[in-house]
Design a protein around this ligand. Structure first.
Ligand SMILES: [Zn+2]
Length: 289
């Protein structure tokens, strides 16, 4: 009798396991509630296939998107913050962020090629303390920019940030001036500089290098601004216009140059670089022939 039950139950149990799709294989769009297999979101560069909502894309994924396979080489990866103010819990929070991301701070900087064009690329990582800018982020951007100016290699920065890193106090604010001075060197040498603003790009980053690109691109619906809407409302005592601080609003008001969907980011950036470097496009050469 016992053996009979055993035989019956075993196949039933295994069939049930087979039919169940693991819970974490599914994902839901935050914007339209569309539910789909996670892989389908991922294949679509984490853009919702139904409503086009741009979900968070990892820093590593932007590097993959904007460089040719095998061309990426990271620079200055060993820089880390010294906790100059011995700010309460800063050391623990930094260590936790380092464990979580496998990075020492909130930006990758390095060297690569995009459609064969050498470029310096910096990609901020929102997953590391909200992409906040302290001494390390500022220093890595400044070094990359100076290297761009020296070697005449175009500079592309993918920005995302909650603002300055308050645990570094005034030192974090000084990064705005430092990065701006280094970007000015890039401009003096006539080296192309493109910024790509992703959701969200705010605070000290939006008030410095993010808005200094020769060309400033943004992803659809990205929130871009200096201060949160609630604070502005309280300060000026007025309601804010609809769509305020979105990429679309800013392009309409001439603050940025274009809103580019993630699927076109690679091609658009490469085309801009060729144009800014005075290189002919493949299409133009073909039509001339
Ligand atoms: Zn959606």
């Amino acid at each position: 009798m016992a053996a009979w039950f055993k035989k019956e139950r075993k196949p039933r149990a295994s069939q049930r396991t087979r039919l169940e799709i693991p819970r974490d294989a599914w994902d839901k769009c935050e914007s339209c509630d569309h539910v789909d297999i996670r892989e389908r979101f991922e294949r679509n560069l984490n853009v919702c296939p139904t409503c086009g909502h741009h979900r968070r894309f990892l820093a590593e994924e932007y590097i993959e998107l904007l460089t040719d396979a095998g061309s990426w080489r990271e620079l200055h990866a060993a820089l880390r913050s010294l906790d100059p103010l011995e700010f309460e819990h800063y050391a623990e929070r930094t260590a936790a962020a380092q464990r979580k991301t496998g990075q020492l701070d909130a930006i990758y900087t390095g060297l690569g090629k995009l459609e064969g064009i050498p470029l310096h690329l910096g990609v901020m990582n929102f997953g590391f303390m909200g992409g906040s800018m302290g001494a390390v982020v500022g220093e890595k951007i400044a070094r990359l920019a100076r290297r761009s100016a020296d070697k005449k290699i175009p500079l592309v920065l993918v920005c995302t940030s909650g603002g300055a890193r308050m645990q570094e106090g005034v030192i974090s604010l000084m990064q705005m001036a430092k990065t701006s001075a280094a970007i000015a060197q890039v401009k003096r040498e006539d080296v192309p500089y493109i910024t790509i603003l992703t959701n969200p790009t705010t605070g000290g980053v939006s008030a410095s290098f993010a808005m200094q690109g020769d060309v400033i691109l943004a992803e659809p619906a990205a929130v871009i601004g200096f201060t949160g809407q609630r604070v502005i409302k309280q300060t000026i005592g007025q309601d804010l216009p609809e769509g305020f601080q979105t990429a679309e609003f800013l392009v309409e008001h001439g603050q940025i140059d274009d809103v580019v969907p993630r699927s076109s980011l690679r091609e658009t950036t490469a085309r801009l670089l060729r144009h800014m470097l005075g290189q002919k496009t493949v299409e133009a050469e073909k039509s001339e022939a």
